[in-house]
Design a protein around this ligand. Structure first.
Ligand code: GCB
Length: 599
């Protein structure tokens, strides 16, 4: 623990934790240098480079120990004992999961250290940050032997300032990545997706002036057709000042005052806005200017609300023709803009206007592309199945992941729903946990809808959707697997449904498995014909739910899952994709596409 004294008060600092609050947004439109590429790595299952032989972390006991891997120790002294060497170790590509890059790391869950060196001339009066798109799951980050901080959570962005540490030459950035699954994690021990380890998204150096525009929010005001509202957040201002928001196409040039903390809120009468929608995904150039900086974004404006059973986009009822998507492309973690375009183009081919990005925040390319391509988005945090709902630190972890997701993505018109959780067991601690997350989300962003993928139950042959969280969310969503995990397909269209909430219903999952290319009778599991029949019968069934306002069947592409073991069929893949992991469409793809065309 460190202590620093400010004036008369003494602050006790916990070890540095990267939290959503200091996240720099829209990094792609800033002055940056990429640190992607080849990084040397050391596999360290015993965490030898972190703990001494009595299990004490070097950083507490002896931070300069040559044996601590973050010190990247080298010497010409031939008598010295040194038991590691990054530069003689093999390399991994960053971004990228380690599992699919090296066969011997396929099932690896534990610590791997990655190192990359770089040069950087930072001019006087400028500041520099290292920004990570995502690291799964826990990251300890060091520059030139100094600890920058720790980050927990595998799917959100974070950054650390390195202004005072970076040198013109030979910096070494060392990251200890640990993807061990833990009971107190979010997610916890069990998921139905691959626990890809590594620096799975880009690493970037972000440069800015001494005071800079760190964060901003610009959206249509709730309930208004033409008022833009939001805030600007400057970092490190000496006094109150002014910034300008410029939207040339709307002839907006509005001055915004920020206070001594760098915060300024605003409302702008925007006149005649062309709203963002799937039919016309209009984005406006938005420029924020101060004396020291100018930053550009492309932002769409739209309203999203519910009225009774309807979802209204820009005041008009809309049906969410969706598909669920994992951040998995052709059997590896997706990470690039090309991957994002490939996945979302398949959704467009399917005639979707909506995608559920399951089960965690996806990379930023997905959101920026969804904005451009006109796809509405459900974004989710990995509060999945059975996490430890009684543990306050688990709540703080989930809340922090939510903060980081909303901070990064709140200016994306495509996002219409924040989802709190997936298929969590109904208990009072879970209800409290998720209700608190929902209230918290509304306090950060009052303009979007809140949902969670719930479960149904059955009583006297009736399917009942009465999870108490239904009262908390704006959109009642549930997953159901009729004809796959149970339930008869033949009689599916006659199924009866009951939901006590007069709210829109979105079926967040249904589906079944098929091996692309396997054919047979519609009653034979794993055949394409079975999946076709399952889709037809499920669609016939769900279409009769009176409040149904959308669906996102499970799932666009076959994806890796260690739970899916059947040889010759699954081989480590969840086969519920409408497209195989090789990219080939199954017949059921066209069943759903035709339904969406008709709808
Ligand atoms: C679910 C889960 C999803 C699984 C899917 C399945 O209900 O939400 O993560 O992958 O079922 O295939 O069983």
């Amino acid at each position: 623990m460190k202590k620093i004294t400010i004036g008369l008060s003494v602050l006790v600092l916990l070890p540095l934790l990267a939290m959503g609050q200091n996240l720099i947004i829209n990094t792609t439109n800033r002055i940056t240098k990429s640190l992607d590429g080849s990084w040397h790595y050391i596999v360290d299952p015993y965490e030898t480079g972190f703990y001494n032989f009595h299990a004490k972390p070097y950083e507490e006991d002896n931070p300069n120990a040559s044996a601590a891997f973050y010190n990247n120790f080298h010497t010409n002294d031939k008598t010295a004992l040194v038991e590691y060497d990054f530069d003689k170790s093999p390399a991994l590509k960053v971004p990228g999961d380690w599992n699919t890059q090296k066969t011997d790391l396929f099932y690896y869950e534990g610590t791997i250290w990655l190192k990359r060196s770089f040069d950087y001339k930072l001019k006087e009066g400028r500041r520099l940050f290292v920004y990570f798109g995502a690291i799964n799951y826990k990251a300890d980050v060091y520059l030139n032997g100094k600890k920058l901080g720790t980050h927990t959570g595998g799917f959100t962005s974070f950054n650390f300032e390195i202004t005072g540490i970076v040198k013109p030459k030979d910096n070494y950035l060392v990251v200890k990545v640990d993807n061990k699954r833990i009971k107190e994690g979010v997610p916890a021990l069990s998921t139905d997706w691959w626990n890809y380890g590594g620096i799975t998204r880009s690493v970037t150096l972000v440069e800015g002036p001494n005071s800079f525009i760190r964060d901003y929010s610009i959206q249509l005001k709730k309930g208004s057709k033409d008022i833009l509202t939001g805030y600007l957040q400057m970092d490190n201002v000496a006094m109150a000042g002014k910034a300008v928001i410029n939207i040339p196409e709307l002839k907006i040039e509005q001055s915004v005052t920020y206070d001594v903390n760098g915060y300024g809120s605003f409302e702008i009468n925007a006149g005649n806005i062309q709203y963002w929608s799937p039919a016309q995904p209009k984005l406006y150039n938005v420029i924020i200017k101060t004396d020291w900086q100018k930053i550009k974004d492309e932002i769409g404006f739209r309203t999203i609300e519910t009225k009774g059973a309807d979802i209204l986009l820009n005041g008009q009822p809309v049906f969410l023709k969706g598909i669920s998507i994992h951040e998995d492309y052709k059997g590896r973690r997706a990470y690039s803009e090309t991957d994002a375009v490939a996945l979302l183009s398949l959704a467009k081919e399917l005639e979707c206007n909506y995608v559920r990005l399951a089960h965690y925040p996806h990379n930023e390319y997905m959101l920026k592309q969804a904005d451009k391509m006109g796809l509405m988005v459900w974004e989710e945090i990995p509060v999945y199945w059975t996490i430890d709902f009684d543990n306050p630190s688990v709540y703080n972890n989930a809340r922090n992941q939510l903060t980081e997701a909303i901070t990064r993505d709140k200016n994306r018109a495509s996002i219409i729903i924040w989802s709190m959780a997936n298929e969590t067991p109904v208990t009072s601690s879970r209800n409290k946990f998720i209700t608190n997350l929902a209230h918290y989300t509304r306090s950060l962003d009052s303009t979007r809808l809140i949902s969670a993928a719930l479960l149904t139950r059955s009583e006297n042959g009736i399917n009942i959707v009465d999870d108490t969280l239904g009262a908390v969310v704006d959109v009642v969503a549930f997953n159901q697997y009729r004809g796959w995990y149970g339930g008869n397909l033949e009689t599916a269209p006659d199924a009866k449904w009951f939901c006590p909430y007069n709210k829109p219903i979105v079926v967040s999952e249904f589906g079944g498995g098929a091996l692309q290319g396997k054919h047979g009778d519609k009653t034979e599991r794993w055949t394409e014909e079975y999946l076709v029949y399952l889709y037809k019968q499920n669609i016939a069934m769900l279409d009769k739910i009176i409040n149904l306002r959308g669906m996102s069947p499970w799932i666009l592409m076959d994806f890796r899952s260690p739970r899916r073991l059947l040889p010759g069929v699954q081989d480590g893949f969840n086969r519920k994709g409408l497209v195989s992991d090789k990219g080939i469409k199954k017949q059921a793809f066209f069943v759903l596409r035709d339904y969406y065309k008709r709808k």
